[in-house]
Each structure stands twice: as C-alpha cells, then as structure tokens.
Design a protein around this ligand. Sequence first.
Ligand SMILES: Cc1ncc(C[n+]2csc(CCOP(=O)(O)OP(=O)(O)O)c2C)c(N)n1
Ligand code: SF4
Length: 299
Amino acid sequence: MTAAEFTYPDRELMTSGHLACQGCGAPIAMRHVLKVLGEDTVVVIVASCWTIICGPFPYSTLRVPVLHSAFETAGAAASGVRAALDMQCKHNTTVLAWAGDGGTFDIGLQSLSGAAERNEDIIYVCYDNEAYMNTGIQRSSATPEGAWTTTTPALSSKTTPKKNMVQILAAHKSPYVATASVAYPRDLMEKVAKAMSYRGTKFLHILSPCPPGWRTSSDESIEVARLATETNVFPLYEVYNGEDYRVTVEPRVRPVKDYLSRQGRFRHLTEQEIDLIQRRTDYEWRRLLHKSMMEPFQA
Ligand SMILES: Cc1ncc(C[n+]2csc(CCOP(=O)(O)OP(=O)(O)O)c2C)c(N)n1
Ligand code: SF4
C-alpha cells in the first residue's frame, strides 16, 4: 500500500469515558490503531495502565472484544486467541496483542519471542511510556539512559541505554516491524494498515508519553513526542522481513537538548551527560541510515 492509497477511517471504536490520566499517549495510540483495524478485531490487553484505562468489567471503553491477561503473556495469550479463531475458520479476524514496555521489553519478552519465532498471525503493539507507570514509575529496560524514575532517582539515574526492541524483532525475521508515535497519527495509521496486509507476527513500537512519569504537563504530550522524532531520539522507520529498513519520517534535526530539557525526568542531567546522549543518538541514527541504504538479501 502506498501513502496515497491510505484513507483516514472515520469510525471510532474507542468511546469517551476511559480512565487514563489527562494527556496520556496510550489511549491516543489505541484509538488510532483500532480505527484502522476495524470491528473484526479481538484485543488482548496485559497488566499495565491499559488494564485500568479500559475500565472495570462489565464496562469497556472499546467496542471490540477484549481479553485481559497476565503481565507476561501478551504473545502467548494472543497466540491462543489466534488458534481458537482459526479453529472456527475466522482467519480474517485480527488479533491485537497490547502491552506496555515493561510487559514487552522485560517480563513478556519470552512469550513475544515465542510467538514471533512461530510467526503467529497477530499484530503486537507495545505502547512505550518508558517505565512501569501503572505501579509507580519504576524503570524498565525501555527507560532511556539518564532518565529519572522512582527506582533510578536523580543521584543514580539509569546508566544503560534503552533496549532496542525493533532490532530484536527484526532478528526474528518478522514480516513487518515498525516504530510509530502518537505525534504522527497518519504515519502510525499507515503502518497499522501495512501490518494488516501481512500474515505472521507484526510488531509496532509506539512512543506514548506519560505526563506523571515524564514530568511534563498534560498539554505537552504531543509536542514532546514530536521532539523525540525531530531530535532522532525516536526515529520513525520500518523493517521488512528483518532486512529491508526504511525511514518513514525525515526528521528536522534538532539537538537532543530540545527534547530532554522539556521533561522533568531529565532535569538533573549535566552538560557532559547530555553530550553523551547526543553522541549516542547521532551514532544510532547513522547506523539506521546505513541499514536503510543496504539492499535486502535476495534468496
Ligand atoms: C507477574 C506480575 N508481576 C507484577 C505485576 C504488577 N504490575 C502490574 S502492571 C505493572 C507495570 C506495567 O508496566 P508496563 O508494561 O510498562 O505498562 P504501563 O504500566 O507503563 O502502562 C506491574 C509491575 C503483575 N501484574 N504481574
Ligand atoms: S500513569 Fe502515565 S501511562 Fe498510565 S494512564 Fe497515567 S499518563 Fe497514561
């Protein structure tokens, strides 16, 4: 599908009255994803802020069936739902696995890897707010270098860089893997539409701001998410079959300081630490560009 072929769907499968904090990126991510996927979707949500956002049984903010499951099980539970639907010949029903970064990068990695290795026909979305927000802002392996969390306080903030989940999924040779951001809804929705067009395990990594965790005000979320891409901290790209890398949004390159200085979670950083983050960001961007210029393997 080309960008010109994509049309913005009018339908809304998420109702008002959800239980997220003001300015949360997570409901925005779900709203856009479901707009594209449509009614014939089953959503598997694992323990995270989204367990709360969806609402307590018998209420739900989603107009599609939802299976709430345990923290570490998004890949396994979605595989089970896929198998059950296939037994009923409902091969065209989309199974959407939905988990936070803790549920994906950390505790759910094994079941996600299993699903990806078997190439289960599911779409897996990680909405990434860069910490365990639901239980009080603890660091995850998606927390960026230098960020404050309650388990990485300012005096001993996180020393290791963010784990690269896209590369981990690309190493599984998954048919379609992409990053997306709530600040670029059209790019995000085009990627969901592309994911729908492939059989097998598709993985979307969506940057999703969290005002209490990022120490931002609730009206800044989209602007801050956009800065993550404009500074190359969170580039928007896709990987086909683990080999064919394509950057989808050319950034207006700005210094990482523009992104970091907007968030209280980075307020304690020294100039030296910011310089290290800048150099690492530049290096990762160059690596991504190199990959995007390589010809994919031809069998
Ligand atoms: C096995 C297990 N350990 C811990 C918990 C408690 N718990 C529920 S949600 C959560 C954090 C989820 O973090 P993340 O996946 O990043 O999603 P977010 O809350 O940030 O949306 C934790 C630790 C749990 N439900 N199950
Ligand atoms: S704590 Fe953060 S991620 Fe969770 S609902 Fe509130 S804003 Fe969203």
